[in-house]
Structures are given as C-alpha cells and as structure tokens.
Design a protein around this ligand. Sequence first.
Ligand code: ZN
Ligand code: ZN
Length: 353
Amino acid sequence: MADTMKALVYRGPEKYGLEDVPVPKIIEPDDVIGKVILSTICGSDIHIVHGGMPEVRYPLIIGHEFCAEIVEAGPAVKNLKVGDKVVVSCVAFCGECWYCKQGLYAHCQKPGFGCFGVYGQEGCQTEYVRMPGADNYCYHIPESLTPQDVLFSGDILSTGYFGAEMTEIQPGDTVVVVGAGPVGLCCMTTARLWGPSRIIAVDMVQSRLDVAIKEGIADIALNPGKDDVVEIIKSLTGGLGADRSIECVGLQPTFDTALAAVRAGGQMSTIGIYEKPLSVPLNQVWAKNLKFGWGFVPMNRMPKLISLIEAGKINTNFLCTHKAPLNDIMRGYDVFGNKKENCLKWLVTPWEK
Ligand SMILES: [Zn+2]
Ligand SMILES: [Zn+2]
C-alpha cells in the first residue's frame, strides 16, 4: 500500500477539493482498514461544503455512504476478515454505551466514534477508511447482491425508512411524501412495505416526480409549482387530508405543506436536514391531535433493509443515475449539488491512476 491516497478534503465553506493525504493505519485492536469500493455524494455533503452544517470541524475528509473491502483487520476484530466486502453504516458506533444498548446508534457516546465525514471520523470520499469497532456496523454484502444494490442502506435508505416507520403507516392509509429527492424516493420505496392504499409524491422538480411514478413507488404526483397540493389531497380523501405525512427536504415551506396535508389525528414525521431554525406552529399540531416524529436516523435497521433488498422487496438501483471515479468527484459536486442532468445520485468508484 502506498503512503498517501487521494481524498476529498473539506477546509471550510466553499473550500474543498482533492488532496493527497496519508493512508490511515490501524490504531486500536478492533479497527479495520477498508478500501472504498463504492461511495456516493450525499445531500448532507452538499450542506457541509456550503457551510450549512457549521458544527462540522475541518479539515475533514467528507463522505459517509459507502461499501468497502477489508484490507487490514486488528487482532480483536471478530466478524470481519481481509477480503470481506461490506456495506458500512454512516455512523460508527461502539455497541456498548447506553445509547447503543437502546439501539440509538447515532447517539453513540464513546469517544472516537461518530458519523463518517461529519463528526468524529474521516469520511469515505477517498481510497481507504479506518473503521473503529467495525464489527458493530459493517454488514457483509450477500453473495447474490452487488455493492450498488445495498449501498444506500448505510444512509439514505435507512433515513427514508425511518421517516416512514415513525408515522406508523396502517394498511390502506393515504401517505404523502413531501420531497422526491433521493431520501424522499427511498421513503416512498419503503412506505409501500406497510401496505398504504396510495402514496402521493410532492416536489417542485417534475423529473423527480416522473421517476417516482415510473418506478411505481408513488401513485400520484403533485407539483406545488402548478398544483394546489393541499386542496387536491383533501379532495382525494373526502376532505380529510392524508393519514400520514412525511417531510423529506428540510425547508420551512415543505414542512408547512406536509403539516397542512395531514388530517386531524394523523401522523407526521420529518427527516429533512434544516439549515435554518424551523418554526413549528405547535398550536396547529395540538389542535390536529397529531402524533409527530423527527430526528436523525438511529441506523438500527440496516440488517432488515439488506434482507428486504436480498428478498427483492425493495430496490433502489433506479437512483444510480451517475457513476464516475474519485478523479471526477468535483464534477459530481457540481452536477449532483446543482441538480443538473436529472442527477439523483452520484456514485463514486475507486481512484483511477
Ligand atoms: Zn447522508
Ligand atoms: Zn456507543
């Protein structure tokens, strides 16, 4: 292995690019070193590079959604060996602390753990990643599947599922998903698992709505640019509103739409990343007897999601619109970050020398 590798390093708002950095080494006995075989640019990376997540310290290699091949394993590693191919949780967690024992892995408190490329860990938009306590959150890729098949279970698929799960969808429900970006599309994909009668996709970008309909993950698509979203949802539900409403963007107007679209006694969740303080009219939430869920994905559903993918119950390959080596990642930030070329996901393959 060489001493240096290529990595996308964040050095403050609007300051980021490819650099040569040292290849990570095993530090603790339960560490592994993974060669990144496939990664992505995530919407939260776009938030980070534009300074929208000021808590992110730098310099930092960013990126947190990836598959890896184990190239080195410390002596205390039990479940992983050199050559294993795994999909990795975006959060590195210890499995032992109070939060981990509750299944709230994203709140792991053990020093030295955290979210790859966001806090506590260097990220995956590079060639090699050090993964502390890797036994806890690296999942073997089933023989019948490719890295691409399971890639999103480590972040956006888990997040979309979490948004749907929090609303406790009942068979026959009308579900509205506000936001048809990658996370919203993952949310629609998994919302189907609970057997709603219809899923309504809402987004300003028509091409994304078209994808949701074409893939069969939404039944109705509404575009606030031309449709009166709340009125149409009410007319479809006998004047009531949707039974369940899931906000997947992280903006005030999308939150307001999701809230207005849900019926009294319904359930709403939001999984968007809010760059600005959100104003929540608790009087309306109270008056509607809403149950409400929100938060950062706990990352506790990866094994089940991988099983569902393996069984053919969910498939997210339609999101993979773009794929290029690490060499081209700056173009990926432009195309994905600025929603060019109908890009839904920019996948990153290994550096090509
Ligand atoms: Zn992400
Ligand atoms: Zn922990």
